[in-house]
Design a protein around this ligand. Structure first.
Ligand code: MEV
Length: 442
């Protein structure tokens, strides 16, 4: 529990609060305090029982298949070194309104957080208001999956903060032992269907439920699923699980229209888009041993391009000219070839496939002059280059053995660069104390 600056004697003196400070109950020792004298038995101010959780998740870079993946074609993305970290804490004065980075939370400004709040932290069930801090080095709206990373990290922080009820705690990673939660193995459509109201994750009434609140209750699948559902809402119903799953699992993630044989199968996701059910089978690809020799250099154009607009643009094109589905299918073929080369560690062929993929993306109208300038600048020193993410601005990526040279060339052409190796860690819980922040009734 922390001292809320809004209820200190100084603020009271300044007249910001009426002289009627709220009663605060420390969730750890259950001692009641007046807001301005907040302290637990035997403790002084500043030593209060603060409840907090921090989680982080990486951004992603798509090597092949963006846009086409929304229509079920294969695609592959890698987790980046760059990450978003989300810390949540309870507010000392529970006024019922959330804070983000010290400001009042506005649902319109943070649709992902709002949708997660509806699913994980419903105030109608008594969940207390939270203060959220978001930090990181993934530029927003640039095709690097910053919103998916935020959603994955936030859903992990909220699950850790509220804990989980179990039927039995013998095998807690098995969703069949949960009394509440979301999983690919349960019915997932309610998660995607209700876009504005609260969604409660309670499932099973059991006679002797058991409860745990620490990082062991985290399920990577659950965080990826929640993040996908909130991405879908923010993108007007059209979103592949590519960004959310890559951020949650880390490494290299492949999506396909079929269950693949030579890679590790993770799960299947289904989503109805414009009355058609899309099905994606997700897989994890092992990092080839020679992947340490290559780098991704990402060049940011600085041009703002929200994913939802680019995805809608492609949808309109395909609606007005259905024959353009040919380009989507060609991207699928290039991806399949590129993925095979990636698994074999043939990075020269991976680079060639990336450049071919760029030609198709240009033809779909999602590239732009700024992206093409950076791609041209990177080409002489790299194995291949293309836009990454939704396009229309945002970022390009070059696969290179000479990161410094490629980065300098992109910067000279006006881009801001980031360098990452392939195959970084996914979701992690970085620290927590005094849990649970809220123990829901089952
Ligand atoms: C965005 O990072 C990738 C797109 O394919 C959209 C999606 O997969 O949801 C453009």
């Amino acid at each position: 529990m922390s001292i809320n600056p809004e209820v200190t004697p100084y603020n009271l003196w300044k007249g910001f609060q009426p002289f009627n400070p709220p009663i605060i109950i420390c969730q750890t020792c259950e001692i009641k305090n007046k807001g301005y004298e907040a302290r637990c038995a035997g403790r002084t101010m500043g030593e209060m029982h603060m409840s907090r959780v921090s989680a982080s998740a990486p951004g992603k870079c798509i090597l092949f298949g963006e846009h086409a993946v929304v229509y079920g074609q294969p695609a592959v993305a890698v987790a980046l070194e760059q990450r978003i970290s989300v810390s949540v804490e309870t507010l000392v004065s529970d006024s019922g309104s959330w804070k983000i980075d010290g400001m009042h939370f506005q649902a319109k400004k943070h649709p992902h957080v709002q949708a997660l709040k509806n699913r994980m932290w419903p105030s109608s069930l008594g969940a207390p208001a939270l203060s959220i801090r978001i930090e990181g080095n993934i530029p927003a709206a640039s095709g690097l999956g910053s919103s998916a990373a935020l959603s994955v990290a936030a859903s992990a922080a909220l699950r850790t903060a509220r804990g989980r009820w179990f039927v039995s705690i013998n095998d807690i990673q098995n969703p069949e032992t949960w009394a509440e939660g979301f999983s690919s193995t349960f019915e997932t459509s309610p998660l995607y269907s209700n876009v504005s109201g609260e969604i409660d994750s309670r499932r099973k009434m059991v006679s002797d439920p058991q409860y745990l609140a620490n990082e062991s209750v985290i399920s990577v699948d659950e965080c990826a699923l929640l993040a996908h559902s909130v991405e879908a809402i923010a993108q007007g119903g059209r979103a592949s699980p590519m960004d959310s799953s890559t951020s949650a699992h880390g490494g290299i993630v492949m999506l396909s229209d079929e269950v693949e044989q030579e890679v590790e199968y993770l799960y299947t996701r289904r989503l109805k888009i414009a009355e058609q059910e899309r099905v994606w089978h997700l897989h994890s690809i092992e990092l080839p041993v020679n992947a340490r020799d290559v780098y991704l250099v990402i060049g940011n154009t600085g041009v703002y391009a929200p994913t939802s607009q680019q995805v809608a643009k492609v949808a309109e094109l395909l609606e007005s000219e259905p024959s353009r589905m040919k380009e989507i299918e060609t991207i699928g073929l290039i991806s399949r070839r590129g993925i095979k080369s990636l698994m074999e560690g043939d990075f020269e062929a991976v680079g060639r496939a990336m450049s071919e993929n760029q030609i198709m993306l240009q033809s779909l109208g999602v590239s732009c002059p700024e992206l093409e300038t950076l791609i041209r600048a990177a080409s002489p020193s790299s194995l291949g280059a293309k836009l990454t993410g939704a396009g229309g601005g945002g970022c390009m990526v070059a696969l290179t053995r000479h990161p410094k040279q490629t980065s300098e060339a992109i910067e000279l052409a006006g881009g801001r660069t980031l360098i990452s190796r392939l195959g970084n860690n996914g979701l992690s819980i970085d620290n927590y104390e005094n849990l649970p922040m809220w123990k829901p009734e089952l």
